[in-house]
Design a protein around this ligand. Structure first.
Ligand code: SAH
Length: 384
């Protein structure tokens, strides 16, 4: 934590930068604080490090097992065939981390004749350090899985060329900045972040001047005092862009993340550092900040932009329907006892309801009129 008011000159830490902004502008919206903490161009959390894996702050499904990316790759291959094998097709990943999911997906997709050669791969990634890591991961792919067309990087989905689309996003939407509205005795107010000069730490402040009530969904406005409602405008911008593209061109998108499947009350902002929860406002730029994803609103926004929505399905159910048990059995056939045990552990972690199987959910978006993608057939309903 910063000690005192920073001296003039370039800020040395993100905390110093935020203290200065608060000094000049007053309390910052949570979305501003979170956006800066994660994405500041030189001092942000993602900008400055590779946060993934055992030595980092958190682990994600593709880092747990190759099975996750392989099955998502097969999902894309199936969607491509169903859509009539459009060529070329843009394969886009939002927030690709270390590039592990894309590498595993490309290896799996190489088994579908004609697909690899049709791909135009685009990695939507803002972090320079993770871009470098993704390049290294993808360069190590076997020649048969390397798309002949060079892979490109973009800062946003808007910067990816238009056309037929296959899109994957795992643990991307939870990293987008949220706003929080809180019900007070005098009505709804926005939760903002200020600098407590006496305590020398960031602290919450409520702003009742901004018309917060209008931003709260009407059916939640009568919530009791203390209730918190979260909004993620950046997520809705991306969902709208995906929906618009799927309405204009054949395509399918798969979003996997932790979240809830009905608009609800509650503060889900969390900070994670060194695989443990941390205080959300302390040490901005040094901890991962995330919030649960509001899948219903995401789906409704993409549908309003012209796409069809399928799901929401629990991650465990989706992976089982895509054949994770069979894939695990195949991997174990050629494995040592130690490796086989690791496959069993990964299978359990990815699919069990008490691990990632239920908290993580999947939403599929397709062009209107396309049949439900693999794992989203309506007869299969929601998993128990
Ligand atoms: N999908 C990966 C990484 C998840 S971490 C996995 O499952 O392992 C979140 C990823 O999103 C990181 O790569 C981060 O740099 C990226 N990211 C965060 N905000 C972003 C934004 N606004 N635009 C593009 N990428 C972003």
């Amino acid at each position: 934590m910063p000690g005192a008011q920073p001296a003039a000159g370039a800020p040395v830490t993100l905390a110093d930068h935020l203290i200065r902004r608060i000094g000049g502008e007053g309390p910052l919206r949570l979305s501003t604080f979170m956006g800066e903490a994660l994405g500041h161009p030189t001092l942000g959390y993602y900008t400055t490090r590779d946060p993934l894996g055992a030595a980092g702050d958190f682990t994600t499904a593709p880092e747990i097992s190759q099975m996750f990316g392989e099955l998502l790759g097969l999902w894309c291959a199936q969607a491509w065939l169903t859509l009539g094998s459009p060529t070329p097709v843009h394969l886009v990943e939002l927030g690709p981390g270390r590039g592990t999911l894309m590498a595993d997906a490309l290896r799996a997709m190489a088994r579908t004749p004609g697909l690899t050669a049709s791909l135009r791969v685009h990695m939507v990634e803002t972090s320079p350090s993770l871009r470098a890591r993704q390049r290294t991961t993808l360069a190590a792919l076997p020649a048969t899985a390397q798309p002949p067309h060079p892979i490109t990087w973009a800062d946003s989905l808007e910067a990816v060329p238009e056309g037929p689309l296959l899109l994957l996003a795992n643990e991307f939407f939870d990293a987008l900045p949220i706003r929080q509205m809180q019900k007070t005795a005098r009505g709804w107010a926005e939760r903002c972040v200020t600098w407590d000069t006496a305590e020398k730490r960031f602290a919450w402040a409520l702003d009742a001047t901004g018309g917060a009530e209008l931003l709260v969904p009407p059916d939640l406005r009568g919530a009791p005092e203390g209730a918190v409602v979260e909004l993620c405008p950046a997520a809705l911008t991306v969902a709208g862009e995906i929906g618009r593209r799927l309405a204009a061109h054949p395509g399918a998108a798969l979003v996997v993340d932790y979240g809830y499947d009905a608009p609800s009350l509650g503060d889900t902002l969390q900070a994670v550092r060194g695989h443990a929860y941390a205080a959300v406002l302390d040490d901005p730029g040094q901890a991962d900040l995330t919030a649960h994803v509001d899948f219903r609103t995401l789906a409704a926004t993409a549908v309003a932009a012209g796409a069809a929505a399928h799901g929401i399905v629990d991650q465990g159910a989706l992976l089982r329907r895509l054949g994770i048990a069979q894939r695990a059995a195949t991997l174990k056939r050629n494995a040592t006892a130690v490796q086989a045990h690791a496959v069993d552990l990964a299978l359990d972690r990815l699919t069990s309801p008490d691990q990632m199987g239920r908290l993580f959910k999947a939403l599929a978006l397709t062009s209107p009129g396309a049949p439900p993608p693999a794992g989203f057939e309506p007869s299969e309903g929601r998993s128990p």
